[in-house]
Design a protein around this ligand. Structure first.
Ligand code: PEP
Ligand code: MN
Length: 335
């Protein structure tokens, strides 16, 4: 249920509705909009009678919400969420490009790649300090040292940084260094991690689980919003299918559906979908054409020597081409 307040409802009228909702044992979540406030009703086990609130002073309407996800839904918030990270805005009308290596391998490696990302046209620097690897015998990331290198990249190049958090135990540490905290495909339904992310002061980039339906993905995002963190960016990164010509199958059909269903920004990671660098540029163009608000791409100056995901990492010149073409495509679609 969504209680939509009048444009000129007073703070006292809003507060009275909040109290009326809470007195019935539900949670009230005020959502400030462009010109009016709406109040979401959460934690109701069954349907709520609209008549309970529709007649209260200052109330314009009380609308039933039909989706299982509420706070992430456009039914509750019709206007797009814009997320500000330093001087970068993520969301409708903007095209944000994040580039960097799969993993931080050394300070020199990170600095070299960051310079290429910056001059190539990237807005944010990505890189893993804690790596979720399929094999326990492969490089697991530099941990805290890697996070400190990322902070140095941010300060040197004036670029916000995005990095993955793998568990609740290291959340405080990652959040201290990251501008955006990433939750990876393998953790999309790690509900205790999602609850912790809901309490974070940082924006969270939630990657789609490799076998997750749209509904499961949005319900995972709902956990974060329900915890109080409204700054969630969704990231499509390919799903498992039967094909062998790519590592995963980039599900671009999910982009227009997310744009319709949710007010949250949606970006695409073509690198982990493709698994090979030749597919990354065409898939990036297609992502922007489908309406994505941004891209996250792996870049390495010496991909043959990368400790992870070298085969899908772009050379710096390819990344610069990608940025140029993606912006051209985006500008064309803004007309
Ligand atoms: C990553 O972006 O570093 C990563 C591990 O991606 P995913 O969770 O999509 O596999
Ligand atoms: Mn990777």
């Amino acid at each position: 249920m969504l209680v939509v307040m009048d444009k000129n409802a007073t703070a006292e009228q809003i507060e009275r509705v909040v109290r009326a909702i809470e007195s019935r044992g539900y949670t009230a979540r005020p959502i400030p909009g462009g010109d009016r406030v709406s109040i979401g009703i959460l934690n109701n086990a069954g349907p709520v009678d609209p008549a309970l609130f529709a007649g209260m002073p200052g109330v314009k309407d009380a609308i039933a919400v039909t989706r299982p996800y509420k706070l992430v839904s456009r039914e509750i918030q019709p206007s797009d969420t814009l997320i500000q990270v330093g001087h970068v805005t993520i969301g409708q009308g903007h095209l944000t490009i994040m580039g960097g290596p799969c993993a931080i391998e050394s300070e020199q490696q990170a600095m070299t790649i960051a310079e290429h990302v910056k001059t190539g046209g990237g807005h944010l620097f990505r890189g893993g300090a804690f790596k979720p690897r399929t094999s326990p015998y492969t490089f697991q990331g530099m941990g805290l040292e890697g996070l400190k290198i990322m902070a140095k990249v941010r300060d040197t190049f004036d670029m916000p940084v995005v990095t993955e958090v793998m568990d609740s135990e290291t959340f405080d540490m990652v959040e201290e260094y990251a501008d955006i905290v990433q939750i990876g495909t393998r953790n999309m339904q790690n509900f205790s991690l999602l609850k912790r992310a809901g309490q974070s002061r940082r924006p969270v980039m939630l990657k789609r689980g490799m076998s997750a339906t749209l509904e499961e993905w949005l319900m995972a995002a709902e956990y974060i919003l329900a915890g109080g963190n409204r700054n969630v960016i969704l990231c499509e990164r390919g799903v498992r299918t039967f094909v062998r010509h790519s590592r995963n199958t980039l599900d671009l059909s999910v982009v227009p559906v997310i744009l319709k269903e949710s007010h949250l920004p949606i970006i695409v990671d073509p690198s982990h979908a493709a698994g090979v660098r030749d597919q990354v540029l065409p898939l990036s163009r297609a992502s922007v054409a489908a309406g994505a608000h941004g891209l996250m791409v792996e870049v390495h100056h010496q991909p043959d020597q990368a400790l992870s995901d070298g085969a899908q990492s772009l050379y710096p010149e390819q990344f610069a081409t990608l940025c140029r073409q993606a912006h051209q495509m985006h500008a064309m679609l803004q007309e």
